[in-house]
Design a protein around this ligand. Sequence first.
Ligand code: APR
Length: 248
Amino acid sequence: MTIPPELLRRLATAKRIAVLTGAGVSAESGVPTFRDAQTGLWAKYTPEELATPRAFRRNPRLVWEWYAWRRTLVADAKPNPGHLALAQMEKLFPQFDLITQNVDGLHQRAGSTRVIELHGNISRTKCFDEGAIVTSWEDTGDVPPKCPNCGGLLRPDVVWFEEPLPETEMERAATASTNCDVFFSIGTSTIVYPAAALPFEALCAGATVVEINPQPTPLTMLAQFNLPEAAGVALPVLMKALNASRKS
Ligand code: APR
């Protein structure tokens, strides 16, 4: 694949970059995406069964165990060439904000330092009743375990459907998106709001919008550039082209 020369020209003068990533970026690390046919986790379960406060109230054990399984998957996963290329790209620009919907922490493990986690982080646990982060608890065999402070049920610190996004992170993401020169939307189906609004807000604010996704999304027709490839393929090629254009 080749990177469009016009995109490289725009990146050569760009000062502020914003990147939005979704589950597709981690697919090549072996973390299943949510909506892809066959391999998608939502193909086996519905979001309502697993990722809503109502689902947790109805069957806390199922939800806790599903997240425990995902946590093991994430712990065993390694950042892939896409994550690593994004960590390198951060060093090339004065402002580089990486907004992620992923809860797997793989961007940070790849070396990215300015990561805005919109949907929380699966490695953290909080109290379902009080919302306070809990770092240790007694293993009494209860599933889910109980909060050591109030006895309520513990849950992962991720944003479920029907829940608001963390305010500070959402504000930072909106500011980064509307103030950037180039916005990358990578590995996201662009259908889960409010995160899905960010590329459109960037477009309206005059940014150049680039999509990297092997499948079309609601953004594809509007983005100025499309790289219809896997992130782990496209991003290293982009990084190489950026380095080459800076040397010449
Ligand atoms: N490289 C780039 N994109 C890929 C790759 C890959 N290797 N593999 C799959 N994709 C694309 C798919 O084509 C799809 O458009 O990644 C996208 C994954 O979409 P979703 O599974 O819907 O994931 P995401 O957009 O992150 O979902 C948003 O929904 O379920 C909630 O909270 C969850 O954060 C998640 C949110």
